[in-house]
Design a protein around this ligand. Structure first.
Ligand SMILES: [Zn+2]
Length: 258
């Protein structure tokens, strides 16, 4: 059923996708979907000891290894950490990526998140999904991809910690049961070995699996699954209104009443 589906998971930094939606990506990959994981940056600020050139090299490799576990491709748009801006050149780059992948399903950050890089990525992703169909929008790519025929289904992952910057809980509209894919999600996350030291130094998180499990348990409690990932679908004008994620995953996805 999902064999012809193309999925783009576009997140700001290496390991964001694994943290926030890998359990769902594993399900989609197991059903034959073609998965593309993209990050805006190569995570140049993700080290206290290595210089940018070294840490980015390491993190691109870690991200590619994680993607390989589900036969996904990994693409880096080579922006810099804390310097992801909503501007013309960046939007052209993201829009070209959307045209090139031509996904039916796009997963990205919550538009409300603790980190501006994440929020900006969500805004860029929204505009790119909406604007990709407009032939008059030229990206300036050397060999531009063709213009897609439909706007993809866009879903926002939960923000880290499930809260906005004022501490208010963000309620997902759909939760995906990841009980069967949690182990592989953790293996994907573990590919980002450089980040375990960084998280420990910066946020006193000694095991990256731990806060991820907390999020998965919280989404699980909301939806009646043991472990889950939560999403909100973009339902603004011009975007598809049917719940593709639920249609693809059947009983594994549950809508949450708000
Ligand atoms: Zn991030």
């Amino acid at each position: 059923m999902t064999s012809s589906i193309k999925v783009l998971a576009l997140f700001a930094h290496p390991d964001d996708a694994e943290f926030l939606c890998a359990g769902t990506l594993v399900h989609l990959a197991q059903r034959g979907a073609n998965i593309h994981i993209a990050t805006m940056t190569a995570g140049d600020c993700g080290s206290t000891i290595l210089p940018p050139a070294k840490i980015t090299c390491l993190r691109r490799r870690e991200a590619a290894q994680a993607a390989k576990l589900i036969n996904a491709t990994y693409i880096c748009l080579e922006k810099k950490d804390l310097l992801i801006f909503y501007d013309g050149p960046t939007l052209k780059q993201v829009l070209e990526l959307v045209r090139r992948v031509d996904p039916q399903l796009v997963l990205t950050h919550s538009p409300v998140d603790y980190m501006v890089d994440h929020e900006t990525t969500a805004r860029l992703c929204q505009s790119a999904c909406f604007g990709a169909m407009a032939p008059n929008f030229r990206t300036g790519a050397r060999r531009p991809a063709s213009v897609p025929r439909a706007v993809p289904h866009l879903y926002y992952a939960q923000p880290f910690g499930g809260r906005d910057i004022f501490g208010q809980a963000i309620q997902p509209s759909v939760c995906v049961d990841i009980s069967a894919t949690l182990e592989l999600k953790e293996r994907m996350l573990a590919c980002h070995a450089s980040q375990q030291a960084w998280l420990h130094a910066q946020q006193e998180i000694s095991r990256p699996a731990h806060p991820m499990r907390e999020m998965a348990a919280r989404a699980g409690a909301l939806s009646g699954f043991r472990w889950a990932e939560g999403f909100r679908q973009h339902l603004g004008q011009g975007f598809p209104q049917d719940n593709l994620l639920s249609n693809l995953l059947g009983d594994l996805a549950r809508s949450i009443e708000t």
